[in-house]
Design a protein around this ligand. Structure first.
Ligand SMILES: [Zn+2]
Length: 97
């Protein structure tokens, strides 16, 4: 199913700080991957604060575009991200020296 403005997941950032309790709930076109934790859906306004303050954010950041609208050129699709991760893993853990 194509993600549209109407069915897009909502931003999971708190509007009242990192330890807050009120979700932003704006449409969240970005997904930020975390280590041993669930991914976070975020809007453009909260992307920076999530990268800086959310727990277990993968570093360097892994940000994918889920839409709606056209993907910005500097974000990966989920497939592109998986391919990139495989290439990095191969480079880091190959037996060649
Ligand atoms: Zn937000």
């Amino acid at each position: 199913m194509e993600i549209t403005r109407e069915n897009s997941p909502e931003c999971m950032a708190y509007t009242d700080g990192p330890d807050g309790s009120t979700f932003c709930n704006a449409p969240g076109p970005f997904v930020v991957e975390r280590v041993y934790d669930t991914s976070l859906v975020v809007c453009a306004e909260h992307l920076g604060s999530i990268l800086l303050h959310a727990k277990n954010v993968q570093w360097p950041p892994a940000i994918t575009w889920e839409g709606p609208g056209q993907r910005p050129p500097n974000t990966y699709t989920a497939d592109q991200y998986a391919q990139r991760e495989a290439e990095v893993h191969k480079r880091l853990f190959s037996k060649e020296s």
